[in-house]
Design a protein around this ligand. Structure first.
Ligand code: ATP
Length: 369
């Protein structure tokens, strides 16, 4: 079991005094024993560089990486006892599955006899349901089977840390979902502290105990999936997490008799003080509505904001539908349950309750409510 700490870590590629690239900027992340951390963010935000520094494949320019209380900055990758799983599987093509799995154990010179190695290989192969593939070479495996072998190679040694770099990126959508559940189950079963890189927010939300959202090398928020979704620290996190994207509009907040008044293009509404968890000063804001938070007016009492949407497109998704349309304040995307009989060209009346309104200060983009 390992407690992983990334403490004030910065990584600059190139000359810091000239045109160096700041890939990771003063990052603080704390991962408890057995916890599953997901590093989430858009391409180029520094996820892989962070993971590679944890694994010892890159050296921080400044700051400390610690495993429990030991600073590992100067410890070589092979001596850190971490197992990495990459998106390209990185299997040895000339070796069978059995040899690929056993390789790490044999190489370690850990005193295991061939019989012990075989026993452990078979145990792991059974766990991953690849025991019938042990004599195949990687070229004879499907993408999902290759990924299972890559996972097997990681868990066979029972390392201190698992590091995953977009391990499912090369699999099709259905297999990706199955494999992410399997990784989740496997990790809970073996209880090894893990860090997992992805730019896929849905993957992050389902697999993580804790998500670190990064942008431009800097940490935007560190929290449990539901915290990051329900209380995004800023506009970036709000827009990056959640599907479909949060609706965002420019607005202005003014003082009202009890609470504040929010003015958007074409509509305005009041938020009573009991719906505000903090003081919201007057000024420019970005106003956010999650597509899932709208309800069809008439289904219950309409407090908060009610407005009409001219439907452009309806996309049924199982028992729900995603509606894209034009509202008074601009484009609106809403997820609704009762869509039968509605079609493009119809008008839909939507409401949103005060407690579901997000306000971000325009200047800092920080969450105000
Ligand atoms: P992706 O999802 O595309 O893999 P990422 O979030 O993992 O992106 P990184 O690969 O960590 O991002 O890269 C962060 C920044 O550092 C990028 O601007 C990248 O161009 C830069 N970078 C990464 N590796 C190097 C390197 N070896 N030399 C110079 N710049 C690098």
């Amino acid at each position: 079991m390992t407690h992983l700490t990334v403490d004030g870590v910065t990584k600059i590629f190139g000359d810091p005094d000239k045109d160096g690239v700041v890939a990771v900027d003063d990052l603080d992340i704390d991962v408890e024993d057995g916890e599953f951390l997901v590093l989430l963010g858009p391409s180029g935000c520094g996820k892989t560089t962070t993971l590679r520094m944890i694994g010892g494949l890159e050296t921080p320019t400044s700051g400390e990486i610690r495993f429990d209380d030991v600073v590992v900055n100067d410890i070589k990758a092979r001596n850190r006892d971490v197992a990495m799983v990459f998106q390209d599987f990185a299997l040895y093509p000339h070796m069978t599955v059995r040899e690929n799995l056993g390789f790490g154990l044999k190489r370690e010179d850990n005193g295991m006899s061939t019989a012990d190695v075989n026993e452990r290989v078979e145990e792991v192969a059974t766990m991953l349901e690849i025991e019938q593939l042990l004599n195949n070479k990687p070229a004879q495996l499907s993408g999902g089977q290759k990924q299972r072998v890559a996972l097997g190679r990681a868990i066979i040694r029972e390392p201190r840390l698992f590091l995953f770099d977009e391990p499912l990126a090369n699999l099709d959508a259905k297999l990706r979902k199955t494999m992410r559940t399997e990784i989740d189950e496997l990790q809970s079963e073996v209880g090894i502290t893990s860090a997992y890189v992805t730019h896929n927010q849905e993957e992050a939300m389902t697999i993580a105990d804790k998500i670190a959202v990064l942008n431009d090398g800097a940490l935007q928020q560190l929290g449990r999936p539901e915290e990051v979704f329900n209380e995004p620290a800023n506009l970036f996190v709000a827009q990056f997490v959640g599907s479909p994207d949060m609706n965002i509009y420019d607005g202005v907040v003014e003082e009202a008799a009890d609470g504040v008044r929010v003015e958007l293009d074409g509509v305005s509404f009041e938020l009573p003080s009991d719906a505000l968890d903090a003081e919201v000063p007057p000024g420019g804001v970005n106003v956010g509505f999650r597509p899932q938070d709208f309800y069809q007016t008439g289904k219950r009492r309409a407090d908060g904001l009610t407005f009409d949407v001219d439907i452009r497109v309806i996309e049924p998704v199982g028992t729900k539908a995603i509606v894209h349309g034009d509202g008074p304040m601009g484009d609106v995307t809403a997820e609704i349950g009762e869509f039968h009989g509605l079609s493009a060209g119809d008008t839909l009346s939507l409401s949103i309750a005060p407690e579901h309104v997000y306000l971000f200060e325009a200047e800092t983009e920080a969450l105000r409510k």
